[in-house]
Design a protein around this ligand. Structure first.
Ligand SMILES: N[C@@H](CCC(=O)N[C@@H](CS)C(=O)NCC(=O)O)C(=O)O
Length: 212
């Protein structure tokens, strides 16, 4: 079977999620570098792969796809070894629910709120947007409590084994935890802290650590 191709950069939480899935499933793939923040240098043909100009985009033997949740579910189903989706409809619904929570609330508030406002902007000597931080401070405990409630005492976000949910959320948490304030809040959720100590030690997480 042809090697899947992923277009993107290692700093992207979404590219990292797709890489994590490919690695955990032990699938060989090619990462074609696309730096989305160098917009003026974005190759014109990239918009054929992703009309919204985001990363990642994906190509498997001519089957093109964008939107990370769709990409990771496709990979899991097209390559059945080492499954990352649970067997029952209800368990899969939970996994999909967590992926949607990550896209809708965790990414905007924990990554673009805490990480970008408290870590990335000060590094670039840009002023923090206090309005965004205020919204992130309200949303973060809600996001973390929702994850903790859905874990319901089990070791992984989606239940008793590693799933697409863990691999979607983990890159976002990695950026979030770069903030001191975020780490203090995170430690008040011991089951999430213990999940993170397992998750962050996985070889796939170490091998996909952003270089920048
Ligand atoms: N809904 C998209 C989101 C992808 C996304 O937002 N990627 C970010 C990098 S982590 C990006 O391309 N940002 C560029 C921009 O916002 O212009 C997905 O699930 O793949």
């Amino acid at each position: 079977m042809n090697k899947p191709i992923l277009y993107g950069s290692d700093y992207s939480v979404y590219v990292r999620s797709a890489c994590l899935v490919l690695m955990e499933k032990e699938i060989e793939y090619e990462l074609v570098p696309v730096d989305i923040f160098a917009k003026d240098q974005l190759p014109r043909h990239y918009l054929d792969l992703h009309p919204f100009g985001r990363i990642p985009a994906f190509d498997h033997a001519g089957f093109r796809l964008y939107e990370t949740g769709a990409i990771t579910r496709y990979i899991d189903e097209a390559f059945p070894a080492n499954p990352l989706q649970p067997p029952t409809a209800q368990e899969r619904a939970r996994v999909n629910q967590i992926i949607s929570i990550a896209d809708s609330y965790i990414y905007p508030h924990l990554v673009w709120g805490f990480y970008v406002e408290q870590i990335s902007k000060p590094r670039e000597c840009t002023a923090t947007d206090e309005g965004k931080m205020a919204a992130a401070r309200i949303a973060a405990p809600v996001c973390l409590k929702a994850l903790s409630d859905l874990m319901n005492g089990r070791p992984w976000l989606g239940g008793t084994s590693l799933t697409l949910a863990d691999l979607h959320v983990a890159p976002m948490i990695d950026y979030f935890l770069m903030s001191d304030e975020a780490r203090q809040l995170f430690e008040t959720f011991p089951d999430l802290a213990s999940w993170w100590s397992r998750m962050s030690q996985r070889a796939s997480m170490k091998m996909t650590k952003p270089s920048g």
